[in-house]
Write a protein that binds this ligand. Structure first.
Ligand code: Z5A
Length: 210
């Protein structure tokens, strides 16, 4: 029997903020506390969701409408919620998701300029009130993030965007963190990795203690 109430944790951030780098550390740290954990990602996390991810990230056609992009994000999310997130939480397993709906507000809202009300309508419909318990926002100045990300391979459809796009995305993330200080923990990922891990440990401590 699970001893703690199952928690839904999300990891967010702009390009190059260090999500992939810190996901493995988070998994290890949470599991070391004896917590059964499912690690997943968006867009994706299910067989159909991964196909939608492929369309979203690697479509050769750069002219996808912003509304199409938004609807595909929520189509993948509906699958993810119903097949992975909700069943895992109901089973007492914690869920750590590499991105969730805050990414939609940041990228499709802040980045693409879609109205927040349109995103909220889909959020209410698809999530039926389910929200993360904790959101770790990995934050880094855009220029530094893009420098770090630039060291990787061929860019996907989002990674081909310009600095101003990521400035809008970052501003939207930080505004969300200011609006919901109880749910968000902003982690400064500009320092070296051990210093970032110390912040992550501190952010998780209250949940792991509870
Ligand atoms: N998207 C959306 O638009 N709307 C939505 O609703 C959702 C998603 C759910 C998915 O990409 C894309 O989908 C995403 C938004 C969009 N596009 N973008 N951009 P993703 O999340 O799968 O991929 P990503 O954003 O490119 O993130 P990533 O690959 O997970 O990782 P990262 O955050 O960019 O960073 P990293 O690969 O861990 O680190 C980058 C480099 O920096 C790497 O070489 C590290 O070794 C180095 N690094 C990291 N931390 C440090 C420190 N502290 N010191 C020194 N070097 C470091």
């Amino acid at each position: 029997m699970p001893t703690r109430h199952a928690r839904f944790i999300t990891l967010e951030g702009i390009e190059g903020a260090g999500k992939s780098t810190h996901l493995a550390f988070l998994k290890e740290h949470i599991e070391a506390a004896g917590v059964p954990l499912v690690v997943t990602r968006e867009p994706g996390g299910t067989a159909l969701g991964e196909k939608i991810r492929e369309l979203l990230l690697h479509s050769a056609d750069n002219s996808m409408c912003a509304d199409t992009e938004l609807l595909l994000m929520f189509a993948a999310r509906a699958e993810h919620l119903n097949k992975i997130i909700k069943p895992s939480l109901a089973d007492g397993r914690w869920v750590l998701s590499d991105r969730f709906t805050d990414a939609t507000y940041a990228y499709q809202g802040g980045g693409r300029g879609l109205p927040a009300a349109r995103i909220r309508a889909l959020e209410d419909w698809v999530q039926q009130g389910l929200r993360p318990d904790l959101t770790l926002l990995l934050d880094i100045p855009v220029a530094q993030g893009l420098r770090r990300a630039g060291a990787r391979g061929a860019p996907d459809r989002f990674e081909r965007e310009h600095g101003e796009f990521f400035e809008r995305v970052r501003a939207a993330y930080l505004a969300a963190a200011t609006r919901e200080p109880d749910r968000f923990r902003v982690i400064d990922t500009a320092p070296e990795i051990p210093a970032v891990q110390a912040q992550l440990r501190a952010a998780l401590a209250p949940l792991l203690a509870g």
